[in-house]
Design a protein around this ligand. Structure first.
Ligand code: GLN
Length: 197
C-alpha cells in the first residue's frame, strides 16, 4: 500500500482521542468508528483501552459485535490496548456474566491481573519488532496473557507475564502506549496495515 492507510478507532468507550492522535503521528489517517457501515472504509482498526465489559455491551447494542468478528476473521488488521487486548482474546479466564469478546488471537487472558498489587503503574517494556529501546508502558488495571496458542507470537513480557502478543494481522498490548507520546507501537501497527494491503 503506497497511499496513507485509513485506520479506525472503535469509539464506543475508552481513550479514543489518544489513539487518534497517536495514529496521526504515525502517518495514518485516523477516524472514529461507531457504525458497522464504517468498517468498509478502513484498512485497520484500533480497539482502545477502557472497560471491556462496557465495550462488549455497547458493541452488541450498536450491532457491531458480529460485523467486527467477521471483519477480524476476514483479515482486517486490528490493534487492541488493555481492554482492547481483552476483546481480542479467544477466551477470558474470568469473564463477567454475558461478557463476550470479538476474538482474533488464540490466547487466554486474565482481567485486572496486575490490579491487585498495583492499580496503575508505568514500566519499560522491550517489544519485539519495535526498535530503539524499550517502550514506556502505562498499565491501568491491566490484564495479562495467561497462555497463548501455537499461532500467537509473544512480543513482550513484564515480570514473567505476557503483555504483548501478535497473531498474523492482530496485535495486542496489556499496556497503553498511546498515553506516552512515544508512537513506535502505533508505527509497528501502521506498518502491519501497510504490508497487509
Ligand atoms: N480492567 C479493564 C477491563 O477489564 C481494562 C482497563 C484498561 O483498559 N485500562 O476491561
Amino acid at each position: 500500500m503506497t497511499r496513507t492507510p485509513t485506520i479506525g478507532v472503535l469509539a464506543l468507550q475508552g481513550d479514543v482521542r489518544e489513539h487518534l492522535t497517536a495514529l496521526a503521528a504515525a502517518d495514518a489517517a485516523a477516524v472514529p468508528v461507531r457504525r458497522p457501515e464504517e468498517l468498509a472504509a478502513i484498512d485497520g482498526l484500533v480497539l482502545p483501552g477502557g472497560e471491556s465489559t462496557t465495550i462488549s455491551k455497547l458493541a452488541a447494542l450498536f450491532g457491531l459485535s458480529e460485523p467486527l468478528r467477521a471483519a477480524i476473521s476476514g483479515g482486517l488488521p486490528v490493534y487492541g490496548t488493555c481492554a482492547g487486548l481483552i476483546m481480542l482474546a479467544d477466551k477470558i479466564l474470568d469473564p463477567r456474566s454475558g461478557q463476550e469478546t470479538f476474538g482474533g488471537i488464540d490466547m487466554i487472558v486474565r482481567r485486572n491481573a496486575f490490579g491487585r498489587q498495583n492499580e496503575s503503574f508505568e514500566a519499560f517494556v522491550d517489544v519485539r519488532g519495535v526498535v530503539g529501546g524499550p517502550v514506556e508502558g502505562v498499565f491501568i488495571r491491566a490484564p495479562w496473557v495467561e497462555s497463548v496458542g501455537a499461532r500467537a507470537e509473544v512480543l513482550a513480557e513484564h515480570e514473567g507475564h505476557v503483555v504483548a502478543v501478535r497473531q498474523d494481522r492482530v496485535l495486542a498490548t496489556s499496556f497503553h502506549p498511546e498515553l506516552t507520546g512515544d508512537h513506535r507501537v502505533h508505527e509497528l501497527f501502521v506498518d502491519m496495515v501497510r504490508t497487509s494491503g
